[in-house]
Ligand binder design. Structure first.
Ligand code: NI
Ligand code: MN
Length: 224
């Protein structure tokens, strides 16, 4: 059994029997969430790419919790320079952490820090915790890689961006569901900024009976 809480945008805290992690910890500047980074108690911070709405409060949370930032090698090197601890990976690699196993997968996007420096490749994650398999897509367009992901992993829950403009919109995200074959899909990366305004019910309609869609409220927790 795992528990995950949605903090808006692409930020989730996931808790299993062997640990608790945060993905894309964007708290400061997130208009929908009142939680401060100091309230986040985790052992690891997974980051999909260097854009500020994903890298977010990684440094502060890493320092406070002595928790490594997990990400693509170049992103982690930059986090370490800023005073975090880190664990660098790259696309296709897996690593067994205390909380579970993480595989880094590709994402069709870009990745640079707000100062213009290179952030390495953007990525998504397959996370295996307590016999559950989670796919966090990061920021991505629809990609054929998702068919490969479905061949290699039996996905219980997929966190998919639906906000359009920077990522897939609801229609492409519904096609992603067709490719990935998850048991549950959770829409993310929408309604944070005006340019990613989307109606999650539109995504629900387009997915139809391909899988269950769970539209999560801010701060809502779901058990699986
Ligand atoms: Ni991005
Ligand atoms: Mn983004």
């Amino acid at each position: 059994m795992i528990k995950f809480t949605y903090f808006g945008h692409s930020c989730f805290v996931i808790e299993g029997s062997k640990g608790k992690i945060v993905i894309d910890p964007f708290f400061k500047g997130n208009p929908h969430v009142k939680v401060t980074p100091s309230e986040i108690l985790v052992s690891h911070i997974l980051v999909t790419h260097a854009h500020a709405d994903h890298f977010g409060d990684s440094i502060e949370i890493s320092q406070k919790n002595k928790a490594p930032v997990v990400g693509v090698y170049e992103l982690v090197q930059k986090a370490i320079q800023q005073g975090a601890t880190g664990h660098g990976m790259n696309i296709g690699g897996s690593f067994r952490f205390d909380f579970g196993e993480v595989t880094m997968v590709s994402a069709a996007h870009s990745s640079g820090f707000s100062d213009g420096s290179y952030g390495g490749s953007p990525c998504g994650y397959i996370i295996k915790m307590d016999n559950r398999t989670i796919y966090h897509a990061g920021d991505t367009g629809l990609s054929m890689e998702m068919k490969l992901i479905a061949e290699l992993h039996n996905i219980d829950v997929a966190f998919l961006p639906i906000g359009d403009n920077y990522t897939m919109g609801p229609a492409d995200a519904a096609t992603a569901v067709e490719f990935l074959k998850p048991k549950v899909a959770v829409p993310m990366h929408y309604n944070t900024f005006p340019e990613i305004k989307a109606d999650p019910e539109d995504f629900v309609d387009k997915v139809g009976d391909l899988c269950r869609v769970k539209v999560m409220g801010f701060g809502e927790t779901y058990e699986l």
